[in-house]
Ligand binder design. Sequence first.
Ligand SMILES: Nc1nc2c(ncn2[C@@H]2O[C@H](COP(=O)(O)OP(=O)(O)OP(=O)(O)O)[C@@H](O)[C@H]2O)c(=O)[nH]1
Ligand SMILES: [Mg+2]
Ligand SMILES: [Zn+2]
Length: 314
Amino acid sequence: MKPGIAAQTGAVLYGVNNIFLVRSDRGAVFECRIKGKILKNSQGDYNPLAAGDGVSFLPDAGHPGKGVLLSRGERKNALLRWNKKGRAVQAIAANVDVLVCVASPVSPPFRPRFLDRLLIAARLSGISALVCLNKSDQGTTPMIEERLAGYGERNIPVLRSRAAGNADTADLEKAIWGKRAVFAGQSGVGKTSLLNALSGGPGRKTGELSEKYNRGRHTTVLACLETWEGGEIIDTPGLREFDICGLAARDLRFFFPEFEEFASGCRLGGCTHTHEPGCAVREAAENREILFDRYESYCRIYEDLVRREEREAY
Ligand SMILES: Nc1nc2c(ncn2[C@@H]2O[C@H](COP(=O)(O)OP(=O)(O)OP(=O)(O)O)[C@@H](O)[C@H]2O)c(=O)[nH]1
Ligand SMILES: [Mg+2]
Ligand SMILES: [Zn+2]
């Protein structure tokens, strides 16, 4: 180390391969590399750093704007998922105040079971969450409204927005003002468009980054922390599927509180509500006393979790 250069702390904006853009606490942006192979405090993870992570780094005296990462700071929280290919836990974003689950009604189609998974992951990490139905110009259906009402009943705020054409992001802006929000959802629901529609949003800055690192692809391929007038947004690439991690199958029921009043009527003690005879929860779903789609959501997540538990037990 040359004399006179001191380590600094900052936040990860973006990362590709082993290069990370870091905004120092003083506001300058550095292109940093991980020294050696493993970053301190990140052993065993699929990705050593996520957008929003706090880091310490050493600026390179000979190359202004470059630096070497020293360690990852302690995380307040992180939105995590199970990365099937890598068979490891992947952090999508770190140190966030709120998860905005973005959905659209028609293109791409509304996928409530996908939202269920995102919302469970947020709760597991202690991140508050809301649902934002974008593309409000495309209308909705009774099925969508029924589902959205269900979120409302479980105290998950639901709001609507329009990021294209005659944009309307007023409710969203109010909900995330002063916070660091992470936008997640399927590809094409309009996460990046929303970010750009916010007052004082980054607009072309996203383009600059994607030209440099993403080789001109238009959709988001890596999570990126951006600043707007009311706070910070972590824009994430569209997810095709979302596998929950850090939850035992037997505990999944706690995320479906509407099952509770029926569960005492199940014939078998310890009923998992998936295949058992005399399951009162299943019956309630069949009689539409519980949203059948929510019941199905439960069964699929349950199956996923059990399958992974069996695989890991080997
Ligand atoms: N009709 C309509 N189209 C919209 C709206 N918001 C975004 N779009 C369009 O939807 C398409 C996808 O928008 P993006 O912002 O790239 O979606 P994304 O969620 O960031 O997608 P990924 O980066 O792939 O995850 C674009 O063609 C947008 O113009 C909206 O409110 N209404
Ligand atoms: Mg995008
Ligand atoms: Zn049951």
